[in-house]
Design a protein. Sequence first.
Length: 175
Amino acid sequence: MSKSYKEIMNEITTFVFDVDGVLTDGSVFIANDGEMHRTMNIKDGYAMKAAVDSGYNVCIISGGKNEGVRLRLSNLGIKDIHLGAPNKVATFQEYTDLHSINPAHVLYMGDDIPDYHVMKLVGLSTCPQDACAEIKTISTYISHKNGGKGAVRDVIEQVMKVQGKWMTYFDGNNN
């Protein structure tokens, strides 16, 4: 008998997220100078900071290269930010090897085909509600929130609640 996603959440030590379509809604605003701007959800950011501050590993693996994205995420305390990753599986394996992380203890959230193969390597594969069909098919948990609209907050909050760390974090940090 396989474990439920809530049972797997109890074993999660590491969160890995894609950017476009997960931390953003996938839209890009293109300015006159050609610069591409994205929008991220503050609640997702708040949850990522709570995860980092609570001792979880948080890693970003994205094919995109926007330095504004790197700055936003590093301001949340995320140190492992891999932008312009041509091969997400190789980047994931290097990251888990470097930090001695068991892939069975990783929650990965992706939304599209470039996430497919790495999602098959983790303990808990998740996706936003508006992910593509192929990703939904292999996801153990599909958030009720869309990408860039709280899907990241949803999975972090659930993991931290299952592990008894959600309100404990806020009790110790008067944010």
